[in-house]
Design a protein around this ligand. Structure first.
Ligand code: DX5
Ligand code: ZN
Length: 240
């Protein structure tokens, strides 16, 4: 009997709307609405006008939305340099996962440990041109790998197709790691993800999908999320 749904090799898919494209004048309502529409995680983009050329939100805003998010994880994506001082602040503000760019930390191993020591899950973020070698010696300290499919700094950019072979390479590394007895590591993709390209991104091995403009730029959040899930299911049934 053939198996339907998700192929054994891929973990269930999660949708993580980026509030970068939400209405900042009513963020609490926006996160409640998008979770009610079927989102799994809230993706929280932190930009410092130094590591990236834009300025967004910090721990105070994370703390303010926490009561509106219920049990859902807040996935904090730090695009800041330096990183370490913000880790305890975001942990206190209710972050569930904290990920950072390795170029922005002098001591990547130490920053990963710092995140876990504060009770959060730890992630490394790879810019389009950042080599995967940064993962080599810290696999045991990773809960998440986040591949940027645009250069970070702005919502609404176009998905870079060079992300697809890179995703396949990370999927292979994670699968090998788990086969050797390692802990699970989520594989997230961020930038230009939409219902039109999410199937090929899933097929390349992603399990967590950040989408900002493709969800908050539409009036019906539930319809946008359902369209994405339907495309993911199509990709999974082709692989099964
Ligand atoms: C870009 C951010 C993304 C961004 C994605 O630097 O990290 O999370 O909000 O937005 P879309 O989905 O519009 O590309
Ligand atoms: Zn992001």
């Amino acid at each position: 009997m053939s198996v339907i749904a998700t192929p054994q090799s891929l973990p269930p898919a999660r949708i993580a709307p980026s509030i970068l494209s939400a209405d900042f004048a009513c963020l609490g309502e926006e996160v409640r609405n998008v979770l009610a529409a079927g989102a799994d995680w809230i993706h929280f983009d932190v930009m410092d006008n130094h590591f990236v050329p834009n300025l967004t939100i910090g721990p105070m805003v994370c703390e303010a939305i926490r009561p509106h998010v219920g049990q859902a994880p807040i996935d904090v994506h730090l695009m800041v340099e330096p990183v370490d001082a913000l880790v305890p602040m975001f942990a206190k503000a209710g972050a569930s996962l904290i990920s950072f760019h390795p170029e922005a930390s002098r001591h990547v191993d130490r920053t990963l440990s710092l995140i876990r020591d504060h009770g959060c899950q730890a992630g490394l973020v790879f810019n389009p041109a950042t080599p995967l070698d940064w993962m080599d010696h810290v696999m045991d300290k990773l809960d998440l790998v986040l591949l940027m499919s645009v250069n970070p700094g702005f919502g609404g950019q176009k998905f870079l197709p060079s992300t697809l072979p890179k995703l396949r390479a990370v999927r292979q590394r994670i699968d090998q790691w788990i086969q050797q007895g390692g802990q699970p590591i989520a594989l997230e993709v961020d930038g230009g993800v939409k219902a039109d390209n999410i199937a090929e991104i899933r097929a390349a091995g992603a399990d967590t999908f950040v989408a900002g403009s493709a969800i908050f730029g539409q009036s019906d959040y539930a319809a946008s999320i359902s369209a994405m899930r339907a495309e993911i299911l199509k990709a999974d049934s082709l692989q099964a």
